[in-house]
Design a protein around this ligand. Structure first.
Ligand SMILES: [Zn+2]
Length: 507
């Protein structure tokens, strides 16, 4: 095992670490701390963070791996905060862990205590070894036991490797670490790569991931492998490289930030190597997300109501704000279809915008459910090949799942939002497009207008048409999806005029 201890940012080991991270596609994570017994008001301080980095893909050098032991008791935490954060959320790196949430809570608290930065609150894409183990057991036709096995038991069974747990509770704050401690710490993270490798080989051997969707769809419900249920659509060809290129472009715009970081002496892994397609498919299908809630941030014993909690909330909002500053170029891949014009999915927060877009003839859907989870939204956008419009900055973190097809709307008012989207996506709106879609359901209208008689017939028991309209020789239009009738009355003309103004159309 190629193991390196990193204890200073001016060292060659640190350079080696940053270079390796930029080439890694899978990383096994583990952390060690000195157990705290007396004080229950604080989390234990993490003194060692292990990163087992897998370099290369299955075609070349798959076996190349390096383990880095980050000595958090001597590294300046504020200087490496950004680096670790990048690794934890990089879409190009699959993170593996064994019940890593606990580690993440302690790690987050350790950095907050010493670095002053907001703690790490998520890891994505992530896969837990427990779930991988259950999957492998299931594939072998074994009965899945309810109690979770220890990592050493899993290691023994899958890899035939003995992992001694004697050192788990040794003093991890003592320096220098003993030879045994170093070996133990490295092995603990490294074995995660080995277990994943077996899982990966199994999944690849079973043929293209898309062919077994339904079978796995059912069989894995009981396994609790998150994300399977949410990703039933595998028919679309996913080309990892393509959106990674797009990510590069976006990241390149962060140059001033980057300069700042380099000035601080820390090279950040902005340029990462994209996953190859088979790994990407695994991530898309089995990837999970670790997420810390505010309540995870304080030890249970000291969780007080009021001030303390609210200060954490403020900190979280601040973080989001920073994230929201990001505004990439409008994403729209012509190959996604939409008759020369993108189709949209408007998040709940911009539902009014959806109606406005329909009024100007643009295909704009709304979420299937009233309170959609981010994954549901992304899945719908992905399946229906829509660009997701949102005001929720958090959603941008998932953009890699739908080829960056998310746009964050800046404006708050509907009219301004409409104009913003028209300009950002350079939509060409002509007057004959106005009122050409059902504002209720986004449906299309029938080909020819209905006569008054036909309209009355169509509206029976469904919609009331005011009597005063009958002698006006108006055209009636019906939605093909929800059957709603529309006519060119005063309201219609007012609306057309309104959108001519909003869209600044020349009459
Ligand atoms: Zn309709």
């Amino acid at each position: 095992m190629d193991t390196h201890i990193v204890s200073s940012i001016d060292s060659s080991e640190f350079t080696h670490l940053t270079r390796t991270l930029s080439k890694s596609t899978v990383i096994g994570l583990d952390a060690e701390w000195k157990p705290v017994r007396s004080q229950r008001s604080t989390f234990p301080t993490v003194t060692l963070l292990q990163l087992a980095c897998q370099i290369g893909d299955d075609s070349a050098g798959w076996d190349e791996s390096v383990v880095f032991l980050l000595d958090l008791s001597s590294l300046p935490l504020p200087s490496i905060w950004e680096l670790i954060k990048d690794v934890l959320v990089s879409p190009d790196i699959l993170k593996l862990g064994f019940k890593f949430k606990q580690d993440l809570i302690y790690l987050s608290s350790t950095f907050r205590a010493q670095g002053g930065n907001p703690g790490f609150d998520q890891v994505e894409p992530y896969m837990d070894i427990t779930n991988i183990y259950k999957f492998l057991q299931h594939k072998q036709g074994k009965k899945i036991s309810k109690d979770t096995k220890s990592l050493s038991a899993i290691c023994e069974e899958i890899l035939g490797l003995h992992l001694s747990k004697e050192l788990q509770c040794s003093d991890w704050s003592h320096r220098p670490l003993t030879e045994e401690q170093i070996r133990y710490a490295a092995k603990d993270a490294h074995c995660l790569l080995g277990i994943f490798k077996i899982f990966q080989a199994k999944v690849i051997k079973e043929g293209p991931l898309c062919n077994h969707v339904n079978e796995q769809h059912q069989s894995n419900v009981s396994l609790g492998l998150k994300g399977i249920l949410e990703m039933p659509d595998c028919e679309n060809k996913l080309v990892g490289r393509k959106f990674c290129n797009a990510l590069d472009i976006v990241q390149a715009t962060a140059s001033s930030e980057e300069c700042e970081r380099i000035a601080r002496g820390v090279e950040v892994i902005r340029k990462t190597k994209p996953m190859d397609e088979s790994l990407w498919k695994i991530v898309r299908k089995y990837g999970e997300k670790l997420f810390l809630r505010v309540s995870d941030r304080n030890p249970k014993a000291s969780r007080r109501k009021g001030k303390r909690l609210s200060s954490v909330v403020v900190c979280e909002e601040k973080q989001l704000e920073n994230y929201g500053d990001w505004q990439g170029p409008p994403p729209w891949d012509i190959s996604l279809g939409g008759d020369g014009c993108p189709k949209f999915l408007c998040d709940v927060m911009v539902e009014g915008l959806a109606k406005h877009l329909r009024c100007v003839g643009v295909d704009a859907a709304v979420p299937h459910s009233r309170k959609p989870e981010p994954r549901e939204l992304i899945d719908q956008a992905y399946k229906e090949k829509r660009v997701l419009l949102t005001r929720d900055a958090k959603l941008l973190r998932h953009q890699y799942l739908i080829k960056n097809q998310i746009y964050r709307v800046n404006n708050l008012l509907k009219n301004e939002q409409l104009l913003e989207v028209i300009e950002a996506f350079q939509l060409k709106i002509s007057e004959d497009q106005l009122m050409s879609r059902c504002t209720k359901c986004n449906g299309r209208f029938i080909q020819k207008p209905l006569t008054v008689e036909e309209a009355i017939e169509a509206a029976k028991g469904f919609q009331k048409i005011p009597n005063c309209l009958f002698d006006k020789n108006l055209e009636f239009w019906q939605c093909m999806d929800c059957n709603q009738l529309y006519w060119e009355g005063t309201q219609y003309h007012n609306a057309v005029q309104k959108f001519i103004d909003v869209c600044q159309l020349k009459e």
